[in-house]
Design a protein around this ligand. Structure first.
Ligand code: ADP
Ligand code: MG
Length: 770
C-alpha cells in the first residue's frame, strides 16, 4: 500500500461498508467476507481491525452495530470532502432508530429527549433561532467589552504563569475575516483536550489586550469542523440538562444528510397549494438560509401538522359515512317558523339552512353548533328534531345534567307540541314506572323526541327509528357516550353537537376535525348586555353591598368562589369559607352552597330550589350549569377572577340577566397586577364571546382556554391556534378531499401520507375528544 494516503484508504473502505449496511449486514457484499477486506485495507486503523474480528460469525444486529461504529470511526477522524460525499449516500429511513445518528456515548441523550427515530429527530423543531450571520468581527472589539464571537482554532497550548503558578489554556484563533485573537481560560487545564485544531468555537467572554487581542472565555460551544452554529441563522432546540445545542445541531444535521430526500407526502397537492417541497422545508426549518425560507418552511410544516390532525379526525370518524337523506319541504319550514313565539334571528335562519342542507344530503350530518349562552341554540335543535319527525324518524337530545335536560324538555315541548310532536323526558331520578312508560312510547314510535341525561343510553332504551342525535354541552360527554347514543340507531343517524363554549374557529376545527361548524353569532333582540365591572381586591366589599341591594329588589345573586386548580378539596374549602363569611356579612339574606363534591342529585336539588326562589344568593364553585335559566338572577360576583379564563368568565356572566332584567357581573381580581386588570378589562369592553375567546387564546394559549388545563387538546409543535385559522381551513379542505377520494389512503399518491399519519399518531397520541 505504498503511496496511498490514509484519506484514500478511508474512502476505499467506506464504500463496501456502506453497501454492506444497505444490504442489511448479511456479509454478502464482499466475496470472501468483509473481515478479510478490512484486514487487507485497514492496517493503519487498529481500532477497525479490532472491531471486525469475527464479523462473519456475528448475529446480524451485532453486525449492523459494528458497521455503524466503523463508519463513525472513519468519519470521526476528520472526514475528507470525499468521505463526506460518500457518507451522504448512506440512506437512513425515517423509521430507523435515532441512535444511528449519534456516537454511542451520546445515545442516551436522544432517548432522554424522547427522540426515538430518525423521523423524531427531523421533527424536533427549533424553539427559536439566533441570527449569527453577522457575529462581530474581532477587529472591532474594545477592551473590557463582553462579546460573543465565532472563531476557528489555529493552535492551542497550556501555559504556566511563572509568578502565580496559574494554568492558562491559550488558543490562537481567527474569525471569519481572518482577524486573530487569543482565547484564554484560567485554571481549567482540561479545556485543552476538549478543543481541536481546525474546530469552530462560539466563545463568549470579556475582551482584553495584552500582546494583542485576547478574550477571557466564560462560555464556549464547540462546533467541531462543521460550522452549524456560525455564519448562519442558528437553530436553538428544546433541550435538556446535559444535552448541548451543538450536539443537537450535529444530530439533526446528520439526520437531514442521511434521510433526505424523503418522499413528499403532499407531492400530488403541493404545487396547487403553493407549498414548499417537504425535504426543502425540513432543511429550512432547521437551517434556514434566510428569513424568507424559514417563513415558507414554517408554513409548509404547519400545514402538514394540521393536515394530519384533520385526517386523523376524519378517519377516526369513519370517513364520510352514508347516513339518511331526509326530505325538507318549504311548507314545513314555514309551519315551524309560524308556530314560534318570536321571529328568528338571521343567524338562526342561516344555521337552520345549513342543517336542512346537511339533513337532505345522503351523507351523515356531523355538525357542531356553537353559540354563546342565550343565542338561541335550542330553537335550532328543535328545528332539526322537527324535520326528523316530519320524515317519520325520531330524535334524541342528550344533556349533561338533569336540570338542563328538564329545561330542554320544557322548551322543546313549547316549540314542538303545537306542531303535533310528542317529546319524552328520561331521567335517572324518574321512577321505574315513569321510565317504562316513556320508553314504551319511544319504542313504539308514539313519541318522536326523547330528551334526557345519560339515562338515554342506559340499558333498555330503544327507539323505533332513531334518525337524529343532538348532544348538548358535549364536552361533558366522552366519545364513548356519544357513540353509545349513536348505536341506538339502526342506520347512522345525523348528529348535531351543541356547545356554548365560544371556541375560536381555529380551535374548533382542530378539535372537531370531523364536524362542520355552525355559529350563532347574533343574539336575539332585546337582550340587554350584562353590565360588567372589574374590581381590585381591596374594594371587594362594594360588590357585596351591591348584592344586598339586588336582593332587596327581589333579585337573585350568584357568587363564584375561586377555583383552585386540580383540587376539589381546596375548592370546597374556599367555597365554604366564603359562604361563612357572607353569612356574617349579609344577615337576612338566604344563602345556599353548591360545590363539586356534592352528589349530582343533591346539586340538582339545590339548583332547583334556587330557581324556585327559595334562596337569594348561591355560593358555588364553578359547577353551576351554564345553560340553566334563572330568570330572577341579575348579579354574578366572581372572586379571584384572574384564575379563570376570559371565555369562562364570559360564560359565567351569561347566567344573569336572562329574564329581561338588567344583569350585572362583578369580577374581583385577587392579585391585581396591571396585567391581570388589563386582561379582565377586556370583559368590560366586549360582550362578543368569540372575540373574547380569541383574546383568551392569544393571552393564555389553548391549554388554558377553559380555566384549568384540559387534556385533549392536540399538541402542536409548530401550529399556533391563535393565528392559523387560514392554514387550518385549507388543511381541512384538503383532508376532506383526500378522504372522500381515498377513504383508506391506499392510493399510491397517499402512501407517504399514510406513513406519516401512522408515525405521528404513535408519537403525538393525543386523547380523543369526541
Ligand atoms: P342557548 O341554549 O343558546 O343558550 P336558548 O335556546 O336557551 O339559548 O335561548 C335563550 C332564550 O332566548 C330562550 O328564552 C329563548 O326562548 C329565547 N330566544 C331564542 N331565539 C330567540 C329569538 N329569535 N328571538 C327572541 N328570543 C329568542
Ligand atoms: Mg342551552
Amino acid at each position: 500500500m505504498e503511496g496511498v494516503t490514509q484519506e484514500e484508504l478511508k474512502a476505499r473502505l467506506l464504500k463496501p461498508l456502506l453497501r454492506e449496511l444497505q444490504d442489511g449486514a448479511r456479509d454478502r457484499v464482499v466475496v470472501g467476507g468483509l473481515e478479510a477486506l478490512v484486514q487487507n485495507l485497514a492496517r493503519p486503523f487498529p481500532k477497525l481491525l479490532e472491531l471486525f474480528r469475527g464479523y462473519g460469525e456475528k448475529p446480524q444486529e451485532e453486525r449492523k452495530r459494528v458497521l455503524q461504529e466503523a463508519l463513525r470511526l472513519l468519519e470521526g477522524q476528520g472526514p475528507s470532502p470525499k468521505g463526506q460525499a460518500q457518507a451522504s449516500s448512506r440512506r437512513l429511513a425515517p423509521s430507523d432508530p435515532a441512535h444511528l445518528l449519534a456516537p454511542p456515548q451520546s445515545r442516551r441523550k436522544l432517548a432522554e429527549l424522547g427522540l426515538r427515530t430518525v423521523r423524531d429527530v427531523l421533527h424536533h423543531y427549533p424553539r427559536r433561532y439566533e441570527d449569527r450571520r453577522t457575529l462581530p468581527g474581532a477587529r472591532y472589539l474594545e477592551e473590557g467589552q463582553k462579546a460573543t464571537l465565532a472563531v476557528k482554532v489555529l493552535a492551542k497550548e497550556l501555559v504556566k504563569t511563572p509568578r502565580k503558578g496559574m494554568q492558562l489554556v491559550q488558543v490562537k484563533a481567527q474569525d471569519a475575516w481572518g482577524w486573530r485573537i487569543t482565547l484564554v481560560w484560567f485554571n481549567q487545564p482540561w479545556v485543552l483536550s476538549q478543543i481541536e485544531e481546525g474546530a469552530t468555537l462560539i466563545v463568549t467572554g470579556r475582551v482584553g489586550r495584552r500582546n494583542g487581542l485576547q478574550l477571557y472565555v466564560e462560555h464556549f460551544e464547540d462546533e467541531g469542523t462543521e460550522s452549524l452554529s456560525t455564519g448562519r441563522i442558528v437553530p436553538i432546540y428544546p433541550a435538556k440538562e446535559g444535552v448541548s445545542q451543538a450536539f443537537l445541531r450535529r444530530t439533526v444535521h446528520r439526520a437531514l444528510e442521511l434521510a433526505l430526500p424523503l418522499p413528499d407526502p403532499l407531492e400530488a397537492y403541493r404545487e396547487d397549494l403553493g407549498l414548499m417541497p417537504y425535504a426543502e422545508a425540513l432543511k429550512a426549518i432547521h437551517f434556514p438560509e434566510d428569513e424568507e425560507a424559514l417563513k415558507r418552511a414554517l408554513l409548509r410544516l404547519k400545514f402538514d401538522e394540521y393536515l394530519l390532525l384533520e385526517l386523523k379526525a376524519l378517519l377516526e370518524a369513519g370517513g364520510m359515512v352514508l347516513g339518511r337523506s331526509f326530505r325538507v319541504e318549504e311548507a314545513w319550514v314555514e309551519a315551524f317558523k309560524k308556530a314560534l313565539p318570536f321571529p328568528l334571528t338571521r343567524a338562526q335562519e342561516r344555521v337552520m339552512g345549513e342543517i336542512a342542507k346537511d339533513m337532505q344530503s345522503p351523507r351523515q350530518m356531523a355538525r357542531l353548533l356553537q353559540g354563546d349562552v342565550g343565542s338561541g341554540k335550542t330553537v335550532v335543535a328543535a328545528f332539526a328534531l322537527f324535520l326528523a319527525a316530519k320524515n317519520g324518524a325520531q330524535g334524541a337530545l342528550m344533556a349533561p345534567t338533569e336540570i338542563l335536560a328538564r329545561q330542554h324538555y320544557q322548551n322543546l315541548t313549547r316549540y314542538l307540541f303545537p306542531l303535533g310532536i310528542r317529546v319524552e323526558l328520561l331521567l335517572g331520578s324518574m321512577t321505574a314506572k315513569e321510565k317504562e312508560a316513556a320508553m314504551a312510547r319511544l319504542l313504539s314510535g308514539e313519541a318522536q323526541v326523547a330528551v334526557g341525561t345519560h339515562a338515554l343510553i342506559q340499558e333498555g332504551v330503544g327507539f323505533r327509528d332513531l334518525g337524529l342525535a343532538v348532544v348538548d354541552e358535549e364536552h361533558r360527554f366522552g366519545v364513548l357516550q356519544r357513540r353509545a347514543l349513536l348505536k341506538l340507531a339502526k342506520a347512522p343517524p345525523d348528529v348535531l353537537v351543541m356547545s356554548a363554549t365560544p371556541i375560536p374557529r381555529s380551535l374548533a376545527l382542530t378539535l372537531y376535525g370531523d364536524l362542520e361548524v355552525s355559529v350563532l353569532d347574533e343574539m336575539p333582540p332585546g337582550r340587554v348586555p350584562v353590565k360588567t365591572k372589574v374590581l381590585p381586591h381591596r374594594l371587594r366589599l362594594q360588590a357585596y353591598a351591591f348584592a344586598r341591594e339586588e336582593v332587596r329588589k327581589g333579585h337573585q345573586v350568584f357568587v363564584v368562589a375561586p377555583a383552585i386548580e386540580e383540587s376539589e378539596e381546596l375548592d370546597l374549602k374556599a367555597a365554604t369559607t366564603l359562604y361563612e363569611e357572607l353569612k356574617g356579612l349579609l344577615p337576612g339574606v338566604r344563602l345556599a352552597l353548591l360545590h363539586g363534591r356534592m352528589p349530582a342529585r343533591e346539586k340538582d336539588e339545590v339548583m332547583e330550589a334556587f330557581r324556585r326562589g327559595d334562596y337569594d344568593l348561591l355560593v358555588s364553585t364553578t359547577v353551576v350549569e351554564v345553560g340553566v335559566d334563572i330568570p330572577k338572577a341579575t348579579l354574578i360576583i366572581v372572586e379571584n377572577a384572574e384564575r379563570f379564563g376570559l371565555a369562562q368568565l364570559h360564560q359565567l356572566r351569561g347566567r344573569v340577566g336572562r329574564g329581561g332584567l338588567q344583569g350585572y357581573a362583578i369580577f374581583i381580581a385577587g392579585e391585581a397586577g396591571q396585567k391581570t386588570l388589563k386582561r379582565l378589562k377586556i370583559l368590560e369592553e366586549s360582550t362578543d364571546g368569540f372575540y373574547i375567546a380569541e383574546m383568551d387564546l392569544k393571552l393564555r394559549g389553548p391549554g388554558e382556554l377553559r380555566g384549568t388545563r384540559q387534556s385533549g387538546y392536540p399538541e402542536l409543535k409548530l401550529g399556533d391556534l391563535a393565528e392559523d385559522t387560514g392554514i387550518i381551513e385549507k388543511a381541512r379542505a384538503l383532508a376532506k378531499a383526500i378522504v372522500d377520494k381515498d377513504p383508506t389512503l391506499d392510493l399510491p399518491e397517499h402512501r407517504a401520507l399514510k406513513e406519516e399519519l401512522r408515525a405521528q399518531a404513535e408519537r403525538v397520541g393525543f386523547r380523543e375528544v369526541i
